[in-house]
Unconditional design. Structure first.
Length: 395
């Protein structure tokens, strides 16, 4: 299916669901349950008591139709180990939010940390978050440190997600970031944030530039949240030619009824290509003209549609359909004709014995445009089937 076709589909679905969701909410009775909370929220309600301590554990067993080298799935950070029981993410977090100051310090470990923090120095990898903030006015805060990303509505904590695995757009955008944040709430339903960051999911800086991020959150009504986030920054290493990245993230999250939740997200980014190296590439005038005539920017995009059905108090059903397209391999290297381009579908059944525990089983199907998956014998595959068993708790 062509990229432009998927663009039309996702925009049409987004408009339909926004329209239907708002109308549905207005027609519902006033005894609706509590409003939707933003999964990117990293503070608790203001309190003047002792700090709040949270502990979480996420364990799993993944079975894949492909026998990967060293039993590790490529291209993802969640539940990467195959055919073995493992810990995806263990978290201990302490936080405090008063009227004048707030902070959070979290430590973590697991295969998610090994995969997603591989490029960070050893001393930073155990940090899930580490930040502190002061109130400049009643509605204006400044925070400094390492905090969860402002991009997307999914976090590193699987307990908070509709599906156990994360969407492809979540796996290919930051889970964390480092820098300064200015957060302003001019209205009860509106929050605006400005970020000055080390880079795209960076703790240790890799160049002399700083990146800029923005976030606009608006509660359309009691149960619907619309979020728009951006990122602009140079992603080249020191002494390399500038490669500025421009990224946009738009998502809608909420529920039509108490038993039916929805999450829609669309991401698109472009990144400047390195300039032509005259020393390396100047062979003939014709070859130089071909290089100059190429587009100056590479583009990628992706979407996800997720439903979460509350069958009863104990049983939930999650569904996700998604696509991700990085033909120029800006984010993911596959060394194939169409790059990292694929569609995927997931279905999971959750059992919640109480509000702090989840037992999950998820089936996932990936369909790539090229044979991007390599098995132990180096044979290529363009299809992958996954069956994942998970137990997690968060208290």
């Amino acid at each position: 299916m062509k990229l432009s076709t998927f663009n039309s589909i996702i925009f049409s679905i987004l408009l339909i669901f926004i329209s239907f969701g708002i109308q549905s909410e207005e027609s519902k009775s006033k005894n609706q349950s509590k409003s939707t909370q933003n999964l990117n929220s990293i503070t608790n309600p203001p309190n003047d008591h002792l700090p709040i301590v949270n502990v979480g554990l996420d364990t799993y067993y993944t079975n894949s139709s492909i026998r990967f080298p060293e039993q590790s799935q490529p291209y993802v950070t969640q539940a990467i180990r195959t055919n073995e029981f493992s810990i995806n993410h263990a978290v201990v977090n302490i936080s405090k939010n008063s009227e004048s100051y707030r902070y959070a310090l979290g430590l973590h470990a697991g295969t998610y940390v090994q995969a997603n923090y591989a490029m960070e120095p050893d001393q930073y990898r155990p940090l899930y978050q580490a930040w502190a903030g002061l109130a400049l006015t009643k509605n204006l805060w400044i925070d400094l440190g390492i905090f969860p990303s402002h991009i997307g509505g999914e976090t590193a904590l699987s307990f908070q997600s509709f599906n156990y695995t994360r969407s492809l757009v979540a796996e290919n955008s930051p889970y964390y970031e480092t820098g300064a944040r200015l957060a302003w709430s001019p209205l009860d339903d509106l929050k605006v944030s400005l970020y000055l960051l080390n880079g795209w999911q960076r703790i240790k800086e890799t160049n002399l530039d700083k990146a800029i991020g923005t976030e606009l959150q608006y509660n359309l009504n009691k149960n619907w949240l619309l979020n728009y986030s951006t990122f602009i920054g140079n992603e080249a290493e020191n002494k390399e030619q500038r490669q500025t990245r421009y990224f946009n993230d738009l998502y809608l999250k909420g529920k039509f009824y108490d038993w039916w939740e929805l999450y829609l997200i669309y991401d698109i980014g472009i990144q400047r290509k390195p300039l032509v190296s005259w020393v390396d590439n100047l062979i003939t005038l014709e070859s130089l003209q071909k290089d100059i005539s190429k587009e100056a920017y590479s583009r990628w995009e992706g979407f996800a549609i997720q439903f979460y059905f509350h069958l009863n108090t104990y049983w939930k059903l999650g569904f996700r359909a998604e696509g991700f397209y990085d033909p120029n391999e800006i984010l993911v290297k596959t060394y194939t004709n169409n790059g990292y381009s694929l569609e995927s579908g997931s279905l999971n059944l959750d059992f919640l014995p109480n509000e702090m525990m989840k037992f999950r089983i998820e089936g996932k199907y990936n369909s790539a445009w090229d044979k991007i998956y390599r098995d132990q014998k180096n044979f290529g595959h363009d299809r992958e089937n996954l069956l994942i068993f998970n137990f997690s708790f968060y208290i």
